[in-house]
Design a protein around this ligand. Structure first.
Ligand SMILES: Cc1cc2nc3c(=O)[nH]c(=O)nc-3n(C[C@H](O)[C@H](O)[C@H](O)COP(=O)(O)OP(=O)(O)OC[C@H]3O[C@@H](n4cnc5c(N)ncnc54)[C@H](O)[C@@H]3O)c2cc1C
Length: 272
């Protein structure tokens, strides 16, 4: 791959180890110059000199499993696996398809992993914004399981993402993003989820990570109350300016996207 100046962009690794268990991976990852390998899609954009690449591919983390109360997604599951999973579709319909479809292209999403995406928790992430309104938890190799919302605000460390847990609590969700071109990173994205009692909303790519706002809501059809909630989110959320958009434009888009997502959500509710 060539950079804008024509130089090669690629990381170099001195060693490669296929971890035989999580403990080994965790030990290896304690060294700052070692790196866990997800799909490698983001890493290959950098020019890092890596000592040892830690491959998790033989740890069985490439599966989506359904239990009585949650869906467990292994760190090595690709974004495309999630988009096309019948289990995910059964509970969330097109939600993840809507959230992931603009991320580069199918071939890319066949490589990029949920573990690498959650660990990276980019300020522009569609993945983080889509997961945080679903009460998602992140299971780490060090033994902790933390809410996606908390994890997304943390500083980077050398723990390893093992699984993502999504609760099966009946939430229906809708996703919207706005991009300058179809497959560019988003100017703004937003997610809404409803469990029959509460409405959960997140606005991301501001260009900062999304945070969840909630509203008690027994009647999701009460658009007047809900639009007031959206206006409050718009007024209280911090937006920033970068090369893609100004903070004023993002603030304007915030209400537009929340209302579009609401329309989708209510439409889905109505269909069931
Ligand atoms: C050109 C381009 C465009 C993109 N556009 C978008 C977009 O529009 N929207 C969006 O949401 N995302 C976008 N992304 C991000 C992408 O979706 C993935 O999130 C990203 O590539 C990371 O996933 P990966 O599997 O490739 O991780 P890798 O590149 O393998 O790893 C990324 C980082 O995570 C670490 N890591 C990997 N797996 C784990 C693990 N299990 N535990 C701990 N650390 C781990 C690695 O050591 C590395 O530091 C884009 C990326 C690229 C390169």
């Amino acid at each position: 791959m060539l950079s804008a100046k024509g130089g090669i962009i690629l990381f170099k690794a001195q060693n490669y180890i296929k971890a035989s268990d999580l403990q080994e991976a965790l030990e290896l990852n304690k060294k700052r110059t070692n790196k866990v390998l997800g799909g490698g899609c983001w890493m290959k954009m950098g020019k890092k000199n890596i000592n040892t690449l830690i491959d998790l591919s033989s740890l069985g983390l490439d599966k989506i499993t359904e239990t009585d109360d949650e869906i467990i997604i292994g760190a090595m599951v690709t974004l495309r696996d999630i988009e096309t999973s019948p289990v995910i579709e059964k509970y969330f319909g097109n939600y993840f398809k809507d959230a992931f479809t603009h991320i580069v292209g199918v071939q890319f999403r066949n490589c990029a992993t949920i573990g690498g995406s959650v660990f990276s928790r980019f300020g522009f992430s569609d993945i983080v914004t889509s997961l945080i309104v679903l009460g998602t938890e992140v299971e780490l190799a060090g033994g902790e399981t933390v809410s996606m919302e908390e994890y997304s605000q943390r500083d980077y460390d050398n723990d390893i993402v093992v699984n993502i847990h999504i609760k099966k609590d009946g939430r229906k969700a809708a996703y919207e993003s706005f991009r300058n071109t179809q497959t560019d990173i988003p100017v703004l994205n937003c997610s809404l989820a409803y469990d029959g009692k509460k409405l959960y909303a997140a606005v991301g790519a501001r260009p900062m990570r999304g945070k969840v706002s909630t509203m008690d809501c027994s009647d999701v059809e009460n658009s007047e109350e809900i639009f007031k909630f959206f206006e409050k989110i718009q007024a209280e959320t911090e937006f920033g300016t970068n090369t893609r958009a100004s903070k004023e434009y993002r603030k304007h888009l915030c209400l537009v996207l929340l209302k579009r997502a609401y329309k989708k959500l209510v439409c889905k509710e109505g269909e069931q």
